[in-house]
Design a protein around this ligand. Structure first.
Ligand SMILES: C[S@@+](CC[C@H](N)C(=O)[O-])C[C@H]1O[C@@H](n2cnc3c(N)ncnc32)[C@H](O)[C@@H]1O
Length: 314
């Protein structure tokens, strides 16, 4: 018997079904990740590294995250779950995002022509880095990367990987993107990558303005988020991800706000961005349709301010 349609069944029917490993740059990105294998360790022994990675994955910690009631929190913020697949050479860690970090960047490089293969000399802000797959990859492409992560144990994980592999171009900030408002974040980045985060946020408009402010004039925000086709903005704040995907292993906790391509373009315009190419839905992995967007900060302009949660945001 056919199962009942879920919200994700409303995803763009016209979405391209993409075989990311077939994209031209995928093999190159895959090769770059081989810089982070046990044989490349600089500041750690192979044995200690394996033990530490194994130990991280047994972390069950809610108090450290500051949660009063862990039962209402997202499980992957209470327990440690590895984010991106990582072949460390001696052993492989399967991440919940699989090889998403490589396939998603491949879309921005090959499909959308929004990201050069060499990021030499560029400063990149990587929002919601989880266990660091995108941050390490962007650094291997030549960028200086500031990785931001609100879950403390993941920020610690990426800090450890940076140290172990002496990845000097990566720095990690254990904080929410909503706190990226201090002077060192302003007008500072050539690229902001916000992948897999926007649909989890309580206040996406404020978040997009903060990211806009982090960019230099001429800088680019690369956005990737879960999408829907119908309605304007489907607001499921604090509802279970099971409503999005009955097969989801997660039980509770994430905010979930799904965007249509038009709604995302409107929001980006409202906060000051210029969107040159339409937000593009791509069937990234079943059953998620992912919306890709490339938004430019041409110059620092004012934003639409009616109803803002933080009135004095720059
Ligand atoms: C689904 S993962 C995406 C990981 C990675 N960016 C990618 O696309 O492969 C979302 C990550 O964003 C983090 N996150 C969610 N809200 C955040 C916020 N307000 N500030 C910083 N990180 C956040 C989560 O803890 C999680 O690690």
């Amino acid at each position: 018997m056919a199962s009942a349609p879920t919200l994700l069944d409303q995803c763009q029917p016209a979405a391209v079904v993409l075989n990311q490993p077939a994209l031209p740059c995928y093999a190159h990105l895959h090769e770059l990740m081989r810089r982070y294998q046990v044989e490349d360790l600089v500041n750690e022994s192979a044995a200690k590294f394996a033990a530490r990675i194994e130990g991280m994955q047994r972390q069950r910690d809610s108090a450290g995250e500051g949660f009063v009631d862990p039962n209402v929190q997202e499980r992957s913020a209470v327990d440690f779950h590895w984010g991106h697949h990582h072949d460390f050479g001696d052993f492989v860690v399967q991440g919940r995002m699989g090889k998403h970090h490589m396939s998603m960047l491949a879309v921005f490089i090959d499909e959308l022509k929004a990201l050069p293969l060499s990021l030499q000399g560029m400063r990149v802000l990587d929002i919601g880095c989880w266990t660091g797959g995108t941050s390490l990859l962007l650094a291997a492409m030549g960028a200086t990367v500031v990785a931001v992560e609100e879950v403390k144990k993941y920020a610690e994980c990426v800090t450890y990987l940076k140290h172990a592999f002496n990845a000097e171009r990566v720095s990690v900030e254990s904080k929410s993107l909503y706190d990226c408002t201090s002077a060192e974040f302003q007008d500072s980045f050539d690229i902001v990558l916000c992948a897999g985060v926007l649909h989890h946020l309580s206040d996406p408009k404020l978040a997009l303005r903060i990211l806009f402010n982090c960019l230099k004039d001429g800088g680019t925000c690369l956005l990737e988020t879960v999408a829907v086709d119908s309605g304007q903005l489907v607001d499921l704040v604090t509802k279970s991800p099971k409503e999005l995907d009955p097969n989801s292993p997660q039980s509770s906790g994430w905010n979930a706000m799904l965007f249509t391509p038009q709604k995302l373009e409107d929001l980006l315009g409202d906060v000051g961005f210029r969107v040159d190419q339409p937000c593009k839905p791509i069937q990234h992995k079943t059953p998620d349709a992912r919306l890709f967007s490339v938004a430019k900060r041409v110059g620092h302009v004012d934003m639409r301010r009616a109803g803002l949660s933080v009135a004095d945001i720059r």
